[in-house]
Design a protein around this ligand. Structure first.
Ligand code: 2NL
Length: 365
């Protein structure tokens, strides 16, 4: 038998195997239990030792040659399959990526950023503090004692349990306690705003049980009502981006300020909506109550650990949600906190619209 010719023929068929299935069939045909080369190996047993010495190595060489050829073809076919897969599954990075859904900045967050920017320019820093407060920081330090009617006015959410020191805990009804904490922690002089969430048990078309407030506090020597008026006027002009903002100061009462001043801003009716600007006394105009403020009560300065004969100050408070509605034209407060993505899509701001004084704190729609 011509083993060399058999080897050549087997090699040629193996090299021509089109895929791994065909290759496996060839392996079975040559080397399987019933395979042709296996059959040749079995014939060795029937040969004389002399013949076996001659034929044996040739058959073994044939088997090794075929085994090597099968292995080489297998590698080649697998490599080709991998190359084909890599070519087919290649990602074309030059294609534009599909637009990912983008979130937007809530108007309250936007306005809080704008307030921080405006007041930073006036030398104020931002102070924050806990939303769960004790009675003393929220009421007593602010000259609102236990029996004071203002406590009932505040419609406070109290916690059922007292803290480790036996203090009654509550959800803060204003951000004033942050300012008390700042006075105690850093002393005078002080120029801070305290923005954040506050809570009152109150719920109707114009009140939500959680809302946002910003308070401001200035403590220094020789501070008077003139500083208060200039600061609020400068703030409102920068925030509403109008030079024609006109203030009207009216006497009022808050336990934490003396004297206390309610601040109204003149508005005009434009297309049935109130637009701030101009004197409220002009024909077709009116006054809108916007801020509460006053000179810090001596008792509150003392509660903040300062000597009221040495330090004076003014303070103010204003609703952030109300400022946002006035500036950006929403008319339903409750929609602010519904979490409706469609509302946010309409009234939300781009995260890239960072308010700056140089570029304008407002956003052109
Ligand atoms: C309002 C009234 C006001 C203050 C808040 C204040 C804080 C300290 C001391 C004194 Cl630590 N006063 N805050 C003063 C006057 C008015 O808010 O109607 N807010 C919406």
């Amino acid at each position: 038998m011509d083993y060399a010719a058999t080897a050549n023929e087997a090699q040629a068929r193996i090299a021509a195997a089109p895929d791994l299935d065909a290759l496996e069939k060839l392996r079975v045909e040559f080397l399987g239990k019933q395979g042709s080369i296996s059959a040749l190996l079995k014939t060795l047993g029937g040969l004389s030792p002399e013949d076996r010495q001659v034929v044996g190595p040739q058959i073994h060489a044939l088997r090794e040659g075929v085994t090597a050829a099968l292995s080489a073809r297998k590698d080649a076919l697998e490599q080709a399959a991998l190359s084909a897969r890599l070519a087919a599954e290649r990602i074309d990075l030059t294609l534009p990526a599909p637009q990912a859904p983008r979130g937007s900045v809530h108007p309250v967050s936007q306005v809080l950023d704008e307030l921080a920017e405006v007041f930073a320019d006036l030398g104020f820093s931002v102070a924050t503090g806990p939303e769960i407060e004790d009675d003393w920081h929220n009421f007593t330090a602010l000259n609102i004692p236990e029996s004071h009617p203002a406590r009932a006015m505040h419609d406070t959410f109290y916690f059922p349990d007292h803290d480790a020191e036996g203090r009654r805990m509550l959800l803060r009804t204003h951000t004033s306690p942050v300012q008390i904490r700042a006075m105690l922690a850093q002393g005078a002089p002080i120029r801070i705003i305290a923005p954040g969430r506050v809570y009152r048990s109150d719920s109707d078309a114009t009140h939500t049980p959680m809302f946002h407030q910003v308070e401001g506090l200035v403590i220094d020597k020789g501070i008077h009502l003139g500083h208060l008026k200039w600061t609020l006027e400068t703030f409102l002009k920068a925030f509403f981006e109008r030079e024609d903002i006109v203030l009207r100061l009216r006497p009022s009462y808050f336990p934490f300020t003396e004297p206390s001043v309610e601040v109204d801003v003149g508005f005009a009716l434009v297309n049935g909506k109130r637009a701030l600007g101009g004197s409220g006394d002009a024909p077709g105009h009116g006054w809108m109550e916007l801020l509460g403020s006053g000179m810090v009560n001596r008792k509150v300065i003392a509660a903040g650990g300062l000597d009221p004969d040495e330090w004076q100050g003014f303070a103010f408070g204003v609703g952030v949600d109300r400022l946002a509605m006035l500036k950006y034209g929403m008319d339903d407060l409750r929609a602010f906190f519904d979490g409706d993505a469609r509302w946010l899509g309409h009234y939300g701001f781009s995260a890239l619209d960072v308010p700056t004084l140089s570029a304008g704190v407002g956003v052109v729609a």
